[in-house]
Structures are given as structure tokens and as C-alpha cells.
Design a protein around this ligand. Structure first.
Ligand code: LAN
Length: 764
């Protein structure tokens, strides 16, 4: 059954595949922690009925009614909400299949295997189905039988070797027809010896490769004094938090204890390479990498460093005492990460790696390992195609904040039919604010209140977090600049909303006290870089030249923080809103921040009027934000050449049918690439919002776009999944399935508020 369910690409499933009974799966959401459960008994089924959201995520008909055909954009917006509201989960947040990256499940499967743990049978069955359903077969990405870095990507060694390995560890036979195909693809690309660094790491842990093939990951780097320009605390948080457990395991040269006798491992040794396992001289392949995987080739500097480490440092200078100190300190940092998040950890790459390190340090029966096993289940998500691993432990705060803002933007937040939904969303956001500091924070000599971007070893190099929000939930505990901003904005918008019939009466309770609002503002103010821009998790701590040490090969621009128009805008708009309500709090700081931030947005604009987006695809996403930033300083179409240039960029890209469609190739190449399937609902909504923010005066192009959005809407109010929406690290795509509701709802409502309804002559 091929088709486009709620995920992002076509699934390839064979009728012969084992499948669980999908009517038995239930999503549970405890205060923003979600886990899927497979009900075994009829009794359980009776007590825990299936919800609309369960059915929707599993690709079943959610059974929602057909709605009256909308006569106006606002009615279409409301029809969209009628559907989307039913997907809200009991604590008030939304969830989704947050897929895309194809290298997450394999890391987990390898870790569970080498630490002697299995998932439940239904979970394993569905993971096998998912991986097969994402295989490049038939019309999908060339159909060569492999897997790519992400679901829409061409087959690569990383994707293929790792997913093949995961399937074998889950019990799939090497002789399965699809496995033969996958092997053919892999060997054609050079076999696993041509895998990137991270692939070689996992396969060495499993005992399929020898550690010599892995370029050095010395934990000693963590002993460098803080002032050293390459010290790891300066790296982008995702890189250093992956490097951390990786360096610990590398230093231990830890290998799955039963590798020599394990039939699957022995099988993989024969299946993954272009030459017999016994003949491989591992050290020779350290730098081997297939062209398909080599998005960011290693620099000559890094190659030189690696040679030095291998030929001089490791054999002659790496003393026992130094190794011990380095391992002790990295282990402490790993523990801090686990403690700060109750083992949820930053993301699904470092989480399994930390679990592995806990097993190395404390054995498979330790509490740390058990707790990891529990928490890791919050990353697993059931979809029509099977069970996959989300890019984070959910999208709770982010999608909930955007949903609230969409209703406010559409002018619908005061309507009684949405009150309950919005109230729950509001209370959810309140409950997810970080109210404590990280481990070691208050005793640290760099402690400061209000927070600055200062950091220190005692805090595990974390920045202050009290008052912030993250992308997913409170447990994860990582401040992201735009997540704090979008969350506080959403809360302030609702808290200050007045009843239209009685303008002195607030419609929502004040859930977030002024004190806690100030904490959030303090966090935002601490996140500006010296050039005025704002990065993702922290201020920039190292120079861009650190990219010379980017060892991951498959990603670009990952070593340090960069400034982003998306993040910068979110902060600017949050500060504007707060300042308009509380003109006295840190007024000078806020004003300075805004001026410098918007100035950065101006300089970040390209000559053609566009902005490059780093977290959504791509120019349509960033343009929407940048235009909103400029508006806060009064810069609109009427008075600004810059804004007109930005609008013209969009107009030039508008398709015949009135929409916009942008391919993920824009992110990889930095040049506008039209979507091969034409206009996309999400891109179109972003542009409409951007143009309306810019006060673009002409109705006609916007009207055509609005008609496209309305024409794509289904009778029950839903929009169907189209191309993938998001990106990270330039090369890896990730889906944001709720965007197809959030942004059209907002765009349609904003349009009607500006221009009124449309002449509807029968059809749209
Ligand atoms: C995300 C998801 C959300 C995203 C936004 C908030 C949209 C963005 O504006 C700031 C950056 C952030 C928080 C972000 C950073 C990188 C993440 C966490 C991800 C793209 C989701 C998955 C990705 C993470 C790095 C995946 C694991 C892969 C590694 C290379 C470690």
C-alpha cells in the first residue's frame, strides 16, 4: 500500500510484512511526555478507547465530519481549526510524527543490542516496518534499495549501512529480497568502509568494525583550559554533546562483549564490506568516505590533526594518567547532562550514546541504564508506516505556541468555541517553563542574576535556563532562543486579550506572573550575539573557523552557533510585545537589543531581497520572519526599499496556480530551488503571512494564493501532507506535520482581516 499518510514520503510496505493490530495502539501524554502503548487485552481496550488523534497518527480515518463549504477565507481557517483542534492532547499540547532523519533509530537499536536489552515485540515489529517503509524502492529517490541521510534524500552509505544493520539486529534475514537489494546498493557505494565518522563509530561499538577505523575522538580535549579557542565548550551544543559520550566510548575502545560469538554480528562482518572481513586493514579506511555522504569534506587542517593524533599523540604521548583524568571528567559531564534532564537528554543522538556510556561505566543493570531505557521511549512514535524515532522528544512547546499565535493572528482567539482549547494550551505552556537552574549553577562562581551568557565547568558549560522554554518539554530542559520567545509571546497574547463585548474584562487568567515573565525576558536579553543577531541555544562561543574541525562529514555549519533571522525575529517580536505591556522593565536594554537585532536582519538580507532559512525550507520561511522583524521598527512596503525588494523576490517566485513551492534543495545549495511537485500549502502560507506583515498593498497576488490554500483544503477541514517542511545543518530534512494546519489557519485569517472576504463564484 503506497500513499501519502501523515508522514512525509511514500511508504513502501509489503503485504507479507508482519504488522501489529493498529487499533490497539494508544498515545499517552503525561504533562507533555508522550509514549505509545500497545494494548494486549480486551479489558484494556475497553478502558482506554482510541482517540481522534490516535487514529490520525496511525493513518486511519479520524472519522471527523464533512463541513459546510467555506465561503470566505476566514471560514476556511475555521474549518481547518475544527479539524486541528481535535488533535489537541489532554494536557493542552500537540504531537506529531517528527521524522526525517534516518540515522536515529539505528543508533538506538545498536545501543539496546549491545547493552542486552530488547524493546517489546510490537515495537520491534513496527520499527522493522518503518525502516522498510522508508527504503528507496520503486519510484522513491531512485529506487536503488538503500536509505538516505533523511527520508527524501538519495541513498548514502551512512543511511544504508546503519538501517541495514538495525534491521539485521531486529531479526530480519540477510536473504530477504529487500535486504539483498540494500546490500547491492551499499556495496555499489563502496560498502560500510566508506561510511562517515558516526557510522564507523556505531559499527565499531557493535564489533562489526575495529576501532582503528574511527578517526580519533580524544576526550582529553575536555581538559583544555577554557580560554583555548578550540575547547569543546565553545562548540555548538549538539556537536559537543555528541562528541562527549563518543569520546568516552572511543577512549574505552568499548566493544559489544559477545561480538565474537554473536551470529548477527558475524553475519554483518561478511555482509557490509566490499572485501573479506579478515583482510581489511582498518586503519587505512579512516578517511574513506563515499561521495554521497561527503556533504562537508574534512579540511586539510583536520586531516593533519588526525594524522598527528594517530601517529604521535596516541602511541607516544597519551599517558595513562591523562587518559584517566579525561575519562573521569567526561563521565562527570555525561552524568550532569543526564541529571539535568532526568535522562531525557538533549536529542536522540546523544541519548543512546549516553546510555551506552552509562552501561560502560556502571554496567547494564545500573539505574542510569534503566532510566535511559524508560526515557528513550518518549522519542518513539507510531505512524502509519510503523514506529519511528522523533528528532526530539516531541514538538510540544513549539507547536503549541505557534498554534496560539495562529488563532490570535487570524482574529479567532476571542471566539467562545476556541476558548477551552486555548485555555488548555495556555496552561500547558505555563507548566513547561523551566523554573530551576542546571546542576551546579547556583554554586558556580559565574552565577549571575539576571543571567548573562557566561558559563563555567561547574555547570557543565550550560547557560542559565530559569525562566526559559525549550522546543519540546520541561524535562528536556534546554533553552532555545526562539522557543522562549514564541512561548512568552503566545502567553502574553492570550493573557492580555480582552472580551470584545466588555473591553475591561480579560478573557483568560493570568497564568504567568510578572516575575516569571521577567525571568524569560532576562533569558532572551542574555542571548544576543555581539553583532546583534541571535543564535539557537546559546550565544556564539567560538569562531566560524572551527568548521575546519568539523569531523561529521554529513552536515555543514555545525561546529559553532550562527545567527539566524528566524531566531533573531522571534526575540525581537517577543521583546516588543513585552515592552508594550511593561514599558519600565529594562527598557534601555530592550531598546538596544531590538535596534541591533533589526540592524543585523538588514545586513543579513541578500542582494535579491531574500533571507536564507536554516530551520525551515527555506527562503519562504526566513522571509516571513525577517519581514516581521522589520515591521517592529516601522519598516513596511510603503516606506522601505528593502521590504519592497523582499516582496519582489516572493512575487517573482509565485507559481501559475498562485502558490509557492520550494524544494529542500534550496537549503543544500543556498539557491532558490522550486519544488518538483509544484506549490506547497506550507510555503504558500508562509509567503502570505510575510507579505501581510510587510503591508504589501496589492490584493491580487495574495488572493490567488489564498484561493490555492482554500482549494487544497479537504471537506473535513484538513490539509493533506505534502513535501517535507524543515531542515537542520543544511543537509538533513525534518518534518513539521502540524505546520500544514497552523500556518494556513493563520494566513487565511490574516488575509480576511486585511482585505475582507472574496467573491466566491461557486468554486475557489
Ligand atoms: C531542532 C528543532 C527545532 C529547531 C527550531 C526551534 C525550529 C529552530 O528555530 C532552532 C533550532 C531547533 C531547536 C533545532 C536544532 C537541531 C535539532 C534539535 C532540531 C532540528 C530537531 C533535531 C535536531 C537535532 C540536532 C537532531 C540530532 C542530530 C544531530 C546532528 C545531533
Amino acid at each position: 500500500a503506497n500513499g501519502k499518510p501523515n508522514g512525509t514520503t511514500t511508504y513502501h510496505l509489503e503485504a507479507s510484512d508482519a504488522k501489529t493490530d493498529h487499533t490497539r495502539w494508544r498515545l499517552r501524554d503525561d504533562d507533555g511526555r508522550h509514549t505509545w502503548h500497545y494494548l494486549q487485552t480486551d479489558e484494556e481496550l475497553k478502558q482506554w478507547p482510541m482517540t481522534v488523534a490516535d487514529r490520525y497518527f496511525l493513518g486511519m480515518d479520524p472519522g471527523l465530519p464533512q463541513l459546510p463549504t467555506p465561503r470566505t477565507p476566514l471560514q476556511a481557517s475555521e474549518n481547518g481549526l475544527a479539524f486541528y483542534t481535535r488533535l489537541q492532547l489532554p494536557p493542552g499540547n500537540w504531537a506529531c510524527e517528527y521524522g526525517g532523519p534516518m540515522f536515529l533509530l539505528p543508533g538506538l537499536i545498536v545501543t539496546l543490542y549491545v547493552t542486552d536489552h530488547r524493546l517489546s515485540r510490537p515495537e520491534e515489529i513496527e520499527i522493522v516496518r518503518y525502516i522498510f517503509s522508508m527504503q528507496n524502492l520503486g519510484a522513491k529517490n531512485g529506487g536503488d534499495g538503500g536509505w538516505g541521510l533523511h527520508v527524501e534524500g538519495d541513498s548514502s552509505v551512512f543511511g544504508t549501512a546503519m538501517n541495514y544493520t538495525a534491521l539485521r539486529l531486529l531479526g530480519v534475514e540477510a536473504e530477504d529480497e529487500r535486504m539483498r537489494k540494500a546490500r547491492g546498493c551499499l556495496l555499489g557505494l563502496g560498502g560500510a568502509l566508506a561510511a562517515p565518522h558516526w557510522g564507523k563509530f556505531w559499527l565499531s561499538v557493535l564489533g562489526v568494525m575495529e576501532w582503528e577505523i574511527v578517526n580519533p575522538v580524544p576526550p582529553e580535549l575536555w581538559l583544555l583550559p577554557d580560554w583555548v579557542p578550540i575547547a569543546p565548550w565553545r562548540w555548538w551544543i549538539h556537536m559537543r554533546m555528541v562528541f562527549l559520550p563518543m569520546s568516552y566510548a572511543w577512549s574505552k575502545k568499548w566493544v559489544y562483549p559477545h561480538a565474537e560469538t554473536d551470529a548477527v554480528v558475524r553475519g554483518l562482518r561478511q555482509e557490509l564490506f566490499t572485501l573479506p572481513y579478515e583482510e581489511v586493514r582498518w586503519g587505512r579506511y579512516r578517511n574513506a568516505i563515499s561521495g554521497r555522504d561527503n556533504y562537508h569534506p574534512k579540511s586539510w587542517v583536520l586531516n593533519l590533526v588526525n594524522w598527528f593524533l594517530v601517529l604521535v599523540w596516541i602511541p607516544f604521548l597519551r599517558m595513562g594518567w591523562l587518559v584517566q583524568r579525561a575519562e573521569k571528567w567526561t563521565w562527570r559531564l555525561i552524568q550532569m547532562e543526564d541529571e539535568n534532564s532526568d535522562y531525557a537528554d538533549l536529542a536522540p543522538v546523544n541519548n543512546p550514546m549516553n546510555m551506552l556510556c552509562c552501561c560502560i561505566a556502571e554496567g547494564p543493570e545500573a539505574y542510569s541504564v534503566k532510566r535511559h531505557r524508560e526515557r528513550i521511549r518518549e522519542f518513539l512514535f507510531m505512524s502509519k508506516g510503523g514506529m519511528m524515532m522523533n528528532g526530539t522528544n516531541g514538538v510540544q512547546v513549539w507547536d503549541t505556541a505557534f498554534t496560539i499565535q495562529a488563532l490570535v493572528g487570524a482574529g479567532l482567539a476571542t471566539k467562545p468555541e476556541y476558548h477551552e482549547m486555548l485555555l488548555k494550551a495556555l496552561q500547558f505552556l505555563e507548566s513547561q517553563q523551566f523554573v530551576d537552574h542546571c546542576v551546579g549553577y547556583t554554586t558556580s562562581p559565574t552565577y549571575s542574576d539576571p543571567p548573562t551568557s557566561k558559563t563555567s565547568p561547574e555547570t557543565g558549560y550550560r547557560s542559565p535556563r530559569r525562566g526559559g522554554w525549550g522546543f519540546s518539554n520541561r524535562d528536556q530542559g534546554y533553552v532555545v532562543s526562539d522557543c522562549v520567545s514564541e512561548a512568552i509571546k503566545a502567553i502574553l497574547m492570550l493573557q492580555t486579550l480582552k472580551d470584545p463585548a466588555n473591553p475591561s474584562r480579560p478573557l483568560f487568567p493570568e497564568v504567568l506572573s510578572l516575575e516569571r515573565q521577567k525571568w524569560a525576558i532576562d533569558i532572551i536579553l542574555s542571548l544576543q550575539n555581539t553583532n546583534g543577531g541571535v543564535a539557537s541555544y546559546e550565544t556564539r562561543r567560538g569562531g566560524e573557523w572551527l568548521e575546519y574541525l568539523n569531523a561529521a562529514e554529513v552536515f555543514g555549519r555545525i561546529m559553532v552557533e550562527y545567527d539566524y533571522p528566524e531566531c533573531t525575529t522571534a526575540c525581537v517580536t517577543a521583546l516588543s510585545l513585552f515592552h508594550s505591556l511593561n514599558p519600565n522593565y529594562r527598557a534601555k536594554d530592550i531598546e538596544n537589543f531590538q535596534k541591533r537585532a533589526v540592524q543585523w536582519i538588514r545586513t543579513n538580507q541578500r542582494a535579491d531581497g531574500s533571507w536564507y532559512g536554516s530551520w525551515g525550507i527555506c527562503f519562504t520561511y526566513a522571509g516571513m520572519f525577517a519581514l516581521e522583524s522589520l515591521k517592529t521598527q516601522g519598516e513596511t512596503y510603503e516606506n522601505s526599499e528593502r521590504v519592497r525588494r523582499a516582496c519582489q523576490f516572493f512575487l517573482d517566485k509565485q507559481a501559475e496556480d498562485g502558490g509557492w513551492g520550494e524544494s529542500y534543495r534550496s537549503c543544500e545549495t543556498g539557491v532558490w530551488c522550486p519544488h518538483p511537485e509544484g506549490s506547497q500549502v506550507v510555503n504558500t502560507a508562509w509567503v502570505v503571512i510575510g507579505l501581510l506583515e510587510a503591508h504589501f498593498p496589492y490584493k491580487e497576488p495574495l488572493e490567488r494564493a489564498v484561493r490555492l490554500l482554500m482549494g487544497r483544503q479537504q471537506g473535513n477541514g484538513e490539509w493533506l501532507q505534502e513535501g517535507i517542511e524543515g531542515v537542520f545543518n543544511k543537509s538533513c530534512m525534518i518534518s513539521y506535520p502540524n505546520y500544514k494546519f497552523i500556518f494556513p489557519v493563520k494566513a487565511l485569517g490574516m488575509f480576511e482581516r486585511r482585505f475582507g472576504g472574496l467573491e466566491m463564484n461557486g468554486s475557489v
